[in-house]
Design a protein around this ligand. Structure first.
Ligand code: C2E
Ligand code: MG
Ligand code: MG
Ligand code: MG
Length: 281
């Protein structure tokens, strides 16, 4: 039965995305192998202080280079993994590596800057999510306070009452909490104020046209004001150009993440980025 269910999900997935079925079957088999072998990599994209340009932290992003399929983008394998439930074991592989990398920063004599991790809906809503993440922290002998959990606006609004509860428990463990891709879902403000959030990340789709569309700029301005009144920090995602940086500075956005400062980097390069940032301080 489980097998049939999976097959149905696979069919659904390639129907929706119009991908040829042989690729999906291959993808499915290779993802399962990659989970066994913990073959996913983690890249780190710096988050930079809008005013001082100091590196404040990183976002961990999954990367997968497969011997048969080549480089497969997260935009392809993450939605597939969410469809099939494989996101849970993938996420565990990623978290394990992130916890280890964070400890490596300390071993290198560097400050353990906070690392944000993406948690998908299915995983976040999984009844065992809290227990499993607690277990992983324990095995890694690391503290939750070095990590930020990013969940999308869609995830939190989907099941708002449960989210409040889960957020409170994660907070108690020591995690900071962030809403990802803000502006792409449907937020209820009455819920937003109930969530114990630390950070709000404005989606790239707002940032892209921020210098050329008055309406986008007005929305971003409003989001920043609202967030600050609610004691949240604001991160702008997908910043690529200097005029965007300048505008975001005048709008009082706290942090910038985007190709303008850096693409997501393998651990060693992220370390070098951080060292350079510390030297320029
Ligand atoms: P996200 O969490 O919103 O991550 C930001 C995405 O924007 C990343 O894409 C990043 O490479 C990209 N990005 C950052 N700055 C720029 C920029 O200036 N310009 C452009 N064009 N893009 C920029 P990526 O790494 O391909 O990941 C896509 C999505 O896949 C992520 O969106 C996230 O939803 C998901 N994802 C990635 N890694 C994981 C993971 O470990 N677990 C889960 N559950 N989801 C993940
Ligand atoms: Mg994210
Ligand atoms: Mg995002
Ligand atoms: Mg996004």
């Amino acid at each position: 039965f489980a097998k049939r269910q999976t097959t149905e999900k696979i069919m659904l997935y390639f129907d929706e995305l119009n991908i040829d079925s042989s690729r999906v079957l291959l993808l499915d088999a290779e993802i399962r192998k990659a989970i066994e072998q913990k073959a996913f990599d983690v890249y780190y994209q710096p988050k930079v202080d809008t005013k001082t340009e100091e590196t404040l932290g990183f976002e961990a992003l999954a990367r997968w280079n497969n011997e048969v399929l080549g480089f497969v983008s997260p935009g392809e394998f993450i939605p597939y993994a969410e469809e099939t439930g494989l996101i849970v074991p993938i996420s565990e592989v990623i978290l394990e590596k992130v916890f280890e990398d964070s400890k490596r920063l300390a071993e290198l004599g560097l400050p353990r800057l906070p690392i944000a991790v993406n948690i998908s809906s299915l995983h976040f809503q999984h009844p065992n999510f809290l227990e499993s993440i607690k277990g992983m922290l324990g095995r890694a002998q690391t503290d939750a306070s070095f990590f930020e959990i990013e969940v999308t606006e869609r995830t939190v609004m989907n099941n708002a009452n449960e989210t409040v509860e889960k957020f409170n428990e994660l907070r108690e463990l020591g995690f900071t909490l962030s809403i990802d891709d803000f502006g792409t879902g449907y937020s209820s403000l009455s819920y937003l104020v109930r969530f114990p959030l630390d950070t709000l990340k404005i989606d790239r789709s707002f940032i892209q046209q921020i210098c050329h569309q008055q309406e986008k700029q007005a929305v971003v301005d409003a989001i920043i004001h609202m967030s600050h009144r609610l004691n949240m920090r604001v991160v702008a995602e997908g910043v690529e150009q200097q005029d965007q940086v300048q505008l975001l500075r005048t709008l009082d956005c706290d942090e910038i993440q985007g190709f303008y400062y850096s693409k997501p980097l393998p651990f060693d390069e992220a370390v070098r980025f951080m060292q350079t940032s510390l030297q320029n301080k």
